[in-house]
Design a binder for this molecule. Structure first.
Ligand code: RUQ
Ligand code: CUA
Length: 663
């Protein structure tokens, strides 16, 4: 069978249409009862949490569905002034990498943790695309708890994807690169020296702690996206790849030479067996592993030095390539685990592969040669069928749990629903415009929750009030409960939405942390009561052990700081009530501000740059007397004899006899 490829003309049109096209009946397609379906009355809660990647902002954002209300921005790979992420001394180590402090990255995909192939409401994982990393966010605190850097990778796009019990988070490299420790090679030696590493990251069942279990050393091709097998195909993993031409320049042309690329099938259980037998090879590597502890309220960054790799060429049965019409993007596995959908961006059909047929082709060795030592299975022998003429530019597929798939089409700007068994198109609906990812609540799991699909669009043009050259990014909510998909709502998103997942609120809200218990605060800088407040000098460092409670700081007057000192304000918020943070700011601080949750300790480092009296204040409106929550720090000239004094409610001069910390 010869795969239908787009004609040259169509490909050119597709290229010209890479900005996508605008559907005709713009704005007229809203269902009559749409308002009612998305209206969440004041004081009422949404039915789903929608955790959405922020793309180039490096964050995740949390929206309620069906209202589309923005509930929270969770900083992950980017410093975030709203809550001091990457600014407080406690959080800075989270953005450390083998390259040093990286304050901004690009986050594309969300994976919510699973047990038995279903959402368990514990963690959200996200990928750092530029400086390859994987992050784990707690759904109890909505904070990033862990970030693991990935060696031997360039462009961590095909990431993070989970196995059905969150045994592994899997991340593969978009740009093949020479291994980190053998990097100085001519770029033209791509075919010999460049490799495509796939990282299998283990996740501790109880704590969620990650660690690289092993890396599969694949030939130098580009990995785009992936999904784990589930149910019958648990133990397998499927990856879309492109640039199987192995070009290293002008990929636009040079990586469009063949009519097919590959989907890679990996038997990771078999890989585990080889590892047990000692087939793994430990190689040197340098990568950061950062963990935030919400008892010590402190992040630590450790540099790791080695990684275990496995070469599938030496491990028969671990890896197989399956030809797939050109440049597959999404590679999605249906809820039963039997069907694997490849979405070839440049193909005129959607190929659907069968897990059973893959197994038979492997058993019967129905090969079509090999690629760099790895068997290639015959296309026809693994293909279940093709969805004919589905639309232009298929990208991603999700499942509704009713035996149907919904695929997003970037070029023709639409969502198309089709039946997985008979591969017939059932329904299509326009998006405004140029949809990228789509998400059905639970649509990537064994148990989709159905009900809605959200389209995450690349272009908004005239959908909202204009805001200069940069427009609001956008998501659109559709009702999929009936035969016809119906547009219900547009809602703007922060950053550029890529993949997202939605989970019933009931699985998450019950675990939400309200405060940090002050008695559990194990920060070495904690001040658990006003009587422990103090200011200590250690050489040119001044440590202020400070408390915040409505509506004052203790101490709020400090004298004896000298120009040339580094001042560390360790602020402990003594409140034990939900929703009473205090902020802390110092005039002229080049390190911004901090925000401190109840029971937490956070540190602002400040280097005064002039002599004078500097105000400090609380930045979060915490009470009717918030505006009174302020104080002063006196900075004297170097060598000054002003004693280190502090207090609240009395003038420091009156405490001149107070013990002066060692100089
Ligand atoms: S990709 S628009 Cu970065 Cu997830 Cu498909
Ligand atoms: Cu504390 Cu305002």
């Amino acid at each position: 069978m010869k795969t239908q490829l787009l004609t040259a003309v169509a490909v050119a049109a597709l290229g010209a249409g890479l900005t996508g096209c605008k559907p005709k009946d713009v704005g007229s397609a809203v269902a009559g009862d749409a308002a009612e379906k998305v209206y969440v009355a004041p004081g009422k809660h949404d039915e789903f949490y929608n955790i959405v990647s922020g793309g180039f902002n490096g964050q995740m954002a949390v929206y309620g569905l069906p209202s589309g209300r923005l509930l929270r921005i969770v900083p992950v790979f980017s410093a975030f002034p709203e809550n001091g992420w990457g600014f407080s001394e406690e959080t800075k180590p989270m953005l450390n990498t083998a390259h040093g402090f990286v304050p901004w990255d690009d986050l594309h995909h969300i994976s919510l943790s699973q047990t038995n192939g279903e959402h368990d409401g514990r963690w959200a994982f996200g990928n750092g695309n530029n400086t390859p990393r994987v992050a784990r966010v707690s759904l109890a605190t909505f904070r990033t708890e862990e970030i693991l850097e990935l060696p031997n990778s360039g462009g961590n796009h095909s990431s993070p994807f989970l196995t059905e019990n969150t045994e592994y988070v899997v991340a593969s490299t978009r740009f093949s690169v020479p291994p980190d420790n053998q990097g100085d090679v001519p770029i033209s030696t791509f075919k010999q020296n460049f490799k495509g590493y796939i990282s299998f990251i283990r996740v501790d069942k109880t704590t969620g702690r990650m660690g690289i279990a092993f890396q599969l050393k694949m030939p130098g091709i580009s990995f785009d996206l992936a999904r784990a097998g589930k149910g019958k195909s648990h133990g397998w993993f499927f990856f879309s790849t492109y640039n199987t031409e192995q070009a290293n320049t002008l990929l636009e042309v040079n990586a469009s030479q063949k009519d097919k690329d590959f989907i890679l099938a990996v038997n990771w259980k078999k890989a585990e067996e080889y590892l047990k037998k000692g087939q793994g090879k430990t190689i040197p590597a340098r990568y950061a592993h950062n963990v935030y502890d919400d008892k010590t309220h402190q992040a630590t960054s450790t540099i790791e030095n080695e990684v275990v790799t496995l070469d599938p060429k030496e491990c028969p049965g671990v890896a197989y390539f399956m030809p797939c019409p050109k440049s597959p993007h999404g590679c999605d596995v249906d809820p039963t685990g039997e069907y694997i959908v490849g979405s070839g961006k440049l193909a005129a059909v959607i190929p659907v592969f069968s897990f059973d047929k893959i197994q038979r082709a492997i058993a019967g060795k129905t090969y079509d040669g090999s690629f760099d030592g790895i068997p290639v299975l015959k296309y026809e022998s693994v293909l279940y069928g093709e969805v004919p003429k589905p639309g232009l530019g298929p990208l991603h597929t999700e499942f509704d749990g009713q035996g149907n798939a919904i695929t997003s089409f970037f070029v023709s700007s639409e969502l198309v629903r089709w039946n997985i068994k008979d591969l017939k198109v059932l329904d299509r609906v326009p998006t405004y415009y140029s949809v990228g990812h789509l998400s059905i609540p639970g649509g990537s799991t064994k148990k989709p929750w159905g009900k809605y699909v959200v389209a995450y669009n690349k272009i908004t043009k005239d959908r909202y009030l204009p805001t200069g050259p940069e427009l609001a990014q956008s998501a659109q909510l559709y009702d999929i409960s009936g035969d016809k998909m119906k547009l219900l709502l547009d809602f703007p998103t922060v950053g550029e939405p890529h993949y997202a997942e939605a989970i019933p609120a009931s699985l998450v809200e019950k675990n939400s942390v309200k405060i940090f218990k002050i008695e559990d605060n194990a920060s070495k800088y904690a001040t658990k009561g006003d009587k422990f407040t103090r200011v200590e000098r250690e050489g040119n460092q001044v440590h202020v052990y400070m408390t915040a409670i409505r509506s004052h700081f203790t101490p709020d007057n400090i004298e004896g700081v000298r120009l040339g000192d580094e001042v560390y304000f360790h602020v402990t918020n003594l409140e034990q009530d939900w929703d009473v943070p205090h902020g802390f700011a110092v005039k002229g601080s080049t390190n911004a501000e901090i925000l401190v949750m109840p029971g937490e300790t956070q540190t602002l480092k400040w280097k005064p740059d002039r002599v004078g009296v500097v105000p400090i204040y609380c930045t979060d409106f915490c009470s009717a007397l918030h505006q009174e929550m302020q104080g002063y720090v006196r900075v004297s000239a170097p060598g000054s004899t002003v004693k280190l004094t502090w207090g609240t409610g009395k003038n420091p001069e009156a405490q001149a006899d107070q013990k002066v910390a060692a100089r």
